[in-house]
Ligand binder design. Structure first.
Ligand SMILES: *Cc1c(COP(=O)(O)O)cnc(C)c1O
Length: 449
């Protein structure tokens, strides 16, 4: 009985897959402050040309530079694992597979794009990168990638996480990055937010404002974003390309694919290579899983909005809860971003992707069951995909259907044990983000609804 399906390094993808080539409609363009589509120039102050080209490309296959392939080989290809013990614990006839992205040195899928972004910035002669991080996964990935390609990294870390996850901060520092609790007094954006609320716990949107402001103001410094943008999702497609090959090797094809969805990068990464088949007529369901406390796809609206809290970024047409959305303090499972990838949003809007929101107690319960059956303690983000797959596996138990389910284990939770502690101590509650708060945030959309 096969449990783990490996690819050799020589079978690793040599090209990224660009879903734009298979979308029924062209992607909606990002807009400038005047409401007009922006050109590549508008991004040149903070991104290298190669990434801007990828951001706007409609080419189906984009070659992965040799130096990036070499960096990816530090931990890739990642294993695909049949979760037999989880299946047994559920007594389900479903077959459950997970792609184990937790084996990257930084502990999640985010290193896949971090190495690519560091490489292209190095090639463009950039010496420093500024970025934000929430729970710390992205900051860690960029810190290590910066180290691999000789680039200094400065991280604005959401203040509440900075205090809750001290070892993520230590890890970033071990890989040579500077880390500050955001909002800081170091940027105009940070000072503006602190003037509004001196005790602000921070938010991803706020930390993005600080990092973008710094990158825009310094010639030697660029900005790097860990999710949402088209080029980030492109880099993450190595996950789905590998998984497809691995399933093929054992004669499998999934009925449903699940991934946690914050900004959409690991979801796009595993789902888009399968979307190519769906566009060609094959039946497959691709499910983005989000928290009920930050229900961007399931309860947000599809409109142009800023990517950050202050309004420094271009406007993106996406599902949004409003750029001044503040995630509830009670929420422990990550996936807190107010918006979502434009590509994921558009395909979801067109009915080609699915989404489900899951309350946090169910996600932690799923995470604990996974840990006790499969061994790995999942990142709280990843538990969302696990919980959704468990729901389907239980439906299979009732119906007797033997579906094939694939989920993305986007990362491990070994630096998130404070969240598990809070769960075990009974300190977490389910929380549906209040409709009135969503409506209030949505009343500030820059172009209206
Ligand atoms: C950042 C992160 C996510 C969510 O981000 P996406 O861009 O939606 O993938 C999910 N899982 C883990 C482990 C993460 O670190």
């Amino acid at each position: 009985m096969t449990n783990k399906i490996f690819l050799s390094e020589s079978e690793a993808p040599t090209h990224w897959y660009n879903v734009v080539a298979d979308m029924p409609n062209p992607p909606t363009p990002p807009l400038g402050p005047d409401g007009q589509p922006i050109g590549p120039d508008a991004l040149a102050a903070i991104f290298p040309e190669a990434l801007i080209e990828q951001e706007m490309s409609a080419e189906r296959w984009i070659p992965i530079p040799e130096a990036v392939q070499e960096a990816l080989r530090i931990w890739r290809p990642t294993p695909l694992i049949r979760a037999r013990r989880l299946e047994q614990a559920l007594g389900t006839p479903a077959r459950i597979y997970y792609k184990n992205e937790s084996v990257s040195p930084a502990g999640s899928h985010k290193l896949n794009t971090a190495v690519a972004q560091a490489y292209y910035n190095q090639q463009a002669g950039i010496r420093r990168l500024a970025t934000e991080t929430g729970a710390g996964q992205w900051g860690c990935s960029l810190a290590l990638a910066g180290q691999l390609f000789g680039i200094e990294v400065r991280v604005y870390m959401v203040k509440v996480s900075y205090h809750q996850k001290p070892y993520r901060r230590s890890l970033m520092q071990t890989w040579g990055a500077e880390v500050f609790a955001s909002p800081t007094e170091m940027t105009a954006s940070g000072r503006k937010l602190l003037a509004l609320d001196p005790d602000s716990p921070g938010s991803l949107g706020a930390a993005i404002s600080e990092a973008v402001e710094e990158a825009a103001g310094r010639a030697d410094t660029n900005y790097a974003l860990g999710s949402v943008l088209n080029h980030v999702l492109l880099h993450q497609t190595v996950i789905g390309l590998e998984a497809k090959k691995q399933l093929e090797m054992i004669g499998e094809y999934p009925d449903v694919v699940y991934a946690p969805c914050g900004g959409g990068s690991n979801f796009g990464g595993i789902a888009f290579p399968f979307f190519a088949d769906k566009a060609a007529g094959r039946e497959i369901e691709l499910v983005a899983v989000e928290p009920t406390s930050c229900p961007t796809l399931t309860r947000g609206i599809y409109a142009y909005d800023f990517g950050d809290a202050i309004g420094l970024t271009p406007l993106t047409k996406m599902y949004t809860l409003g750029h001044d959305f503040m995630p509830p303090g009670i929420h422990a499972g990550g996936l807190r971003y107010h918006g979502d990838s434009a590509l994921v949003s558009q395909l979801y809007h067109e009915g080609l992707l699915s989404a489900v929101a899951i309350p946090q107690l169910e996600t932690f319960e799923a995470g604990v069951l996974f840990a006790r059956s499969e061994g790995i303690v999942p990142a709280p983000e990843s538990t969302h995909a696990i919980a959704a797959a468990i729901r389907e596996a239980r439906r299979c138990t009732e119906s007797g259907e033997a579906k094939s389910l694939l989920l993305n284990l986007s990362g491990h939770g070994y630096f998130d044990m404070a969240s598990y502690d809070a769960y075990f101590a009974g300190q977490l509650q389910n929380y549906d983000y209040p409709e009135a708060a969503i409506q209030a945030a949505l009343s500030h959309l820059p172009l209206g609804r």
